[in-house]
Design a protein around this ligand. Structure first.
Ligand SMILES: [Zn+2]
Length: 668
């Protein structure tokens, strides 16, 4: 399922292959692209500033890329590993984290763990004789805690009334990720299929199916998914500013029952206790209609094949050494990772994901500099103050819209580093191998605990929990539904932040990140939310049209750009992130004006350095699914919009970094 309520700074998920048009700069983020290319600053700022780094960049073991985010992330993982192995740390959180880490690496114990349990679950699914039994299973504990369900039921803040929670019914997650792949398979889709099918075949044969039986299950799974995919939104739709408009289809339980008499959606909602939520949205009505149509005695084999395949694939990582090794190799191939990550790296990643809250608590208590939290909060406040002035100076907005925009930015909630309240995980206890725990049983325990916890949140008031789970991620967010910006502890470090940084370096690093996130409040999606975080149109019609025209100029600019081979950026998909990049630099340049001796060179160069990136060619294909432009474009296109940049480097018409004032793009 898609994380829909906030826009992150970095990496999310979309595919497009069309014709070559404009190619101002080669994609120097792809490793090796710099060979024989030595541009001047005035022609390719990104490649020139980062030249030495790019020429020697090596993608570290276990990663598809190296960049400022990855570098920081490697630092953090080392800190996390210390927390997982430090026997002096006391308390349940430390104990759970330590035990799960050791169980992950207990290969002797893992030899016998998992396969038998997995077989049992799959056998129970195989035994379901008719539609009634299948429906009962979907509403029972085994499905809720150990199985797979062919749709997503998510209770979250109601976008139309933030004091309440709403249930949203999302469609089935697809093996090929994008429903468009089922119509026309792209290169990226082919790679995904190859990867996923290999994993299915491996696990299915391991638990006793013959190769032929496994192939049949996989084929039937695709038959089921293809039928559904024909009615589902594409990744283009997910990234569209119209996304929320498309998914907020309010339905009552009665209406859902009428729409889906065969597929037991309403029964499942009741079994999960989710019928207590005040409002229900059906994200994709056409999908539910199709789902109900397919859900018949005649097609029971297809639904069961989908289920068996999903449960089997989800388990691959928790089985024995052979399955674990198989999966790592397949994943490394899929993402163009030259060397598969080592066991320690995988164990750290796994525990970080499974025990995210206990580990975040340990990280906040042991690894975060308390002064940084204060200093970053101060910069966020300064940035918001500067943004208010920026908005006040927009002569294309009428007084009324301008006032609302300023109110919105003034009301932004500032959330820095880590929350002061944490969810209660004290009911989870993971024992050690000596005490009889197996890795598979520990994984099941975590899963059951997290599902129960999620379900127990259904009736709780909005805002009673913590504002972020994972504080060691290298990222920052703008959450539209709470009108807040979140600068996570993980990004307060590395190339982004250091206590000894000059203002110029800081503005080019974390400062531009903060500006970027605040800008999201006014991108094509963010602008649909008001100061309270409710989805509400606060624009006059005329201003909204002018805003859309400005946004379109940004997407048009990127639509024209080829990135490598014949692939190009999808302007509509990257428009919001590109607008946020430009807004982020603009607001930092406004702050810079207050510093009399501001060294612009240092600022622009640290900006280019923060965005340095070297990726594998395979990963460049995966990156097409990302709503962020490639790092070289995030640098070059962003900076060429500003007089300060053009003047600092004496850039003239004819230079590739030159952009005439009438061609410049920005929302504000
Ligand atoms: Zn962003």
């Amino acid at each position: 399922m898609k994380k829909i309520l906030s826009l992150a700074l970095f990496l999310a998920f979309l595919p497009v292959f069309v014709f070559a048009q404009e190619k101002p700069w080669p994609n120097t983020t792809i490793i090796g692209a710099l060979n024989g290319y030595n541009p001047r600053l005035q022609d390719d700022f990104y490649a020139s500033v980062n030249r030495d780094w790019l020429l020697t960049a090596k993608i570290p073991q276990g990663y598809p890329r190296i960049d400022s985010f990855t570098e920081r992330s490697i630092q953090i993982k080392e800190e996390l590993r210390s927390l997982m192995t430090d026997k002096s740390l006391k308390g349940l959180d430390a104990q759970n984290v330590r035990n799960l880490y050791n169980l992950f690496l207990d290969w002797e114990g893992r030899k016998n763990s998992g396969v038998a349990e997995l077989k049992e679950i799959i056998q129970n699914v195989k035994n379901l004789k008719n539609l009634q039994e299948l429906s009962d299973w979907f509403c029972g504990d085994e499905c809720i805690y150990k199985g797979a369900y062919p749709c997503g039921l998510v209770v979250e803040t109601d976008i139309k009334d933030k004091s309440k929670k709403a249930l949203t019914v999302y469609p089935t997650g697809l093996t090929l990720q994008d429903s468009a792949e089922y119509k026309r398979l792209t290169e990226n889709g082919k790679n995904q299929k190859e990867f996923s099918d290999a994993v299915s075949l491996h696990v299915l044969t391991k638990i006793g199916f013959s190769g032929q039986e496994a192939d049949k299950i996989i084929a039937q799974k695709y038959q089921f998914e293809s039928a559904l995919a024909s009615t589902m939104m594409t990744t283009d739709d997910y990234n569209s500013p119209k996304y929320f408009e498309m998914i907020l289809n309010e339905r009552t339980l009665g209406q859902l029952q009428e729409l889906s008499p065969a597929f037991p959606l309403v029964q499942s909602i009741k079994a999960l206790g989710m019928d207590k939520t005040k409002r229900i949205y059906l994200a994709e009505p056409a999908w539910l209609k199709k789902m109900n149509e397919i859900y018949s005695e005649e097609n029971i084999g297809l639904v069961k094949a989908w289920l068996i395949d999903k449960i089997a694939r989800d388990a691959v990582y928790y089985l024995d050494r052979e399955s674990y090794d198989f999966f790592n190799k397949a994943r490394a191939k899929r993402y163009g990772i030259a060397d598969a990550p080592n066991d320690t790296q995988n164990a750290v990643d796994f525990v970080a994901d499974a025990l995210v809250v206990p580990l975040s608590k340990l990280y906040a208590a042991n690894c975060v500099d308390k002064n940084a939290k204060k200093r970053v909060t101060k910069i966020v406040k300064q940035t918001i103050a500067e943004y208010k002035k920026l908005l006040a100076g927009q002569d294309w907005l009428c007084a009324e819209t301008k006032k609302k925009a300023i109110q919105k930015v003034s009301a932004t909630k500032i959330r820095v580093a880590y929350p002061s309240r944490w969810d209660d995980w004290s009911a989870l206890k993971i024992s050690s191998a000596k005490e009889g725990e197996s890795f598979f049983s520990a994984v099941q325990k975590v899963r059951v605990f997290r599902t129960k916890q999620e379900l127990s949140n259904v009736g709780k008031k909005y805002g009673s929990g913590m504002w972020i789970e994972n504080v060691f991620q290298v990222n920052a967010f703008n959450e539209f539904t709470s009108n807040s910006i979140k600068i996570i502890a993980g990004i307060i470090g590395g190339a982004f932040y250091h206590p000894d940084m000059t203002d110029e370096e800081l503005y080019g690093g974390l400062g531009a990140v903060i500006g970027h996130e605040i800008s999201h409040s006014f991108d094509a999606t963010g602008s649909q939310f008001d100061k309270e975080g409710e989805m509400n149109n606060w624009w006059t019609e005329e201003d909204l049209e002018a805003f859309k025209a400005r946004s379109k100029k940004i997407s048009d600019r990127f639509n024209g750009m080829t990135t490598f081979g014949s692939t190009r950026q999808n302007g509509e998909a990257v428009q919001g992130e590109a607008a946020a990049d430009i807004g982020g630099v603009k607001v930092m340049l406004a702050l810079a004006k207050k510093k009399p001796e501001f060294n612009y060179k240092l600022f622009f160069e640290s900006y280019a350095r923060v965005w340095k990136a070297a990726i594998s060619r395979e990963f460049a294909g995966v990156m097409l699914n990302d709503p962020h432009p490639y790092a070289n474009l995030r640098t070059n296109v962003t900076l060429q919009q500003f007089d300060e940049f053009i003047e600092t480097y004496g850039i003239k018409p004819g230079d590739k970094m030159y952009l005439a004032p009438q061609d410049r793009i920005s929302i504000w």
